[in-house]
Design a protein around this ligand. Structure first.
Ligand code: NAD
Length: 298
């Protein structure tokens, strides 16, 4: 049994903690949203009133926050993780953030004497709920080896990716590919419909054919086709358009610095940026399907 300090109990963090509790660990959870803490407490998370309270006595600290700036602010300062976690605690950031901030976190953690891994996840809220997430874990081999068993209750796969920041690198590229697939799915679903195909029939065909993707199997953007889709729920966010827009821009920035032209990702960024500008950022990213509908509707 381990004591786990968990910071960030949103769409991903809250369901992830349920699997640690089921594995017999104690989870002390903090979020700036009191509603998020209360929801997690209903599943057995011990509510903490601050980062310091969440990490008190922890063997492992996990952050699951929106962006790099949030993780950095939670780690640093007198109220932060680094100043308050007990010596010997291992720190894990499972948020999706930029490689430069991940590198900074590795350095700050090492200076403060903590083992740290960047360990972002793939699998969406359905994977978080099912405990089948893929973890991509970057860091020093001995720290990674120690962390893997603690991540396993939440995971279908835990893949060491190499040294510091390689987890975030893998995640950024993965999400770029998923969001490019989303553009294909959004446009494909609308074109199939206008060509007279039934959505359920088309989804069954495409997921057994070469147009298949995780997005087509999990996010089909029309109600009543796949149970995991946000379309069934008025496009309430599983993975918000704002966070998807963040991720696609992390990929574009990485393309800039490495000199890799990313034209397909550019289209995905254009559509997700438009959704955010249209005030749809808090809805699910599959809302971009609206832009492929000839009437601008869904
Ligand atoms: P979310 O917005 O639902 O949850 C983030 C939580 O962090 C919120 O509850 C928020 O109140 C809290 N928070 C923000 N700043 C804080 C602070 N300073 N201290 C404490 N709590 C703070 O986001 P999410 O969908 O759970 O995603 C979390 C991370 O995981 C993001 O980096 C996202 O890109 C990544 N991710 C999301 C999905 C998905 O499908 N939703 C899948 C894989 C990875």
């Amino acid at each position: 049994m381990a004591v786990i300090g968990w910071i960030g109990l949103g769409n991903m963090g809250r369901p992830m903690t349920t699997h640690l509790l089921a594995a017999g660990h104690r989870v002390q959870g903090f979020d700036v949203s009191p509603d998020a803490v209360a929801a997690a407490a209903r599943h057995g998370v011990e509510p903490a009133g601050s980062v310091a309270e969440a990490v008190a006595g922890a063997d492992l600290v996990v952050t699951m926050l929106p962006k790099g700036e949030h993780v950095l602010s939670v780690f640093t300062g007198p109220d932060g993780v680094l100043a308050n976690a007990p010596a010997g605690a291992v720190l894990v950031d499972s948020s999706t953030i930029d490689v430069a901030t991940a590198g900074q976190l590795h350095q700050l953690a090492a200076e403060a004497g903590f083992g740290f891994v960047d360990a972002p996840v793939s699998g969406g809220i359905s994977g978080a709920a099912a405990g089948t997430l893929s973890f991509m874990v970057g860091g020093d081999a001995d720290v990674v080896a120690g962390v893997v068993p603690l991540l396993e209750p939440m995971a279908g796969a835990v893949v060491p990716t190499g040294g510091p920041t390689t987890g975030q690198a893998a995640k950024i590229v993965n999400n770029m590919m998923c969001l490019v697939n989303l553009v294909g799915l959004a446009e494909g679903s609308q074109l199939a419909d206008r060509l007279g195909l039934d959505h359920q029939v088309f989804q069954r065909i495409v997921t057994a054919s070469s147009g298949d993707s995780w997005a087509a199997r999990t996010w089909y953007p029309v109600p009543g086709v796949v149970p995991t889709a946000a379309a069934n729920n008025g496009f309430a966010a599983g993975f918000s358009a704002a966070l998807a827009n963040k991720d696609i821009n992390l990929a574009l920035a990485a393309g800039e610095t490495t000199g890799v032209p990313l034209r397909g990702a550019g289209v995905a960024a254009e559509l997700l940026g438009r959704a955010v500008a249209d005030g749809l950022g808090d809805l699910d990213c599959t809302i971009v399907t609206r832009y492929a509908n000839p009437d601008g509707e869904l």
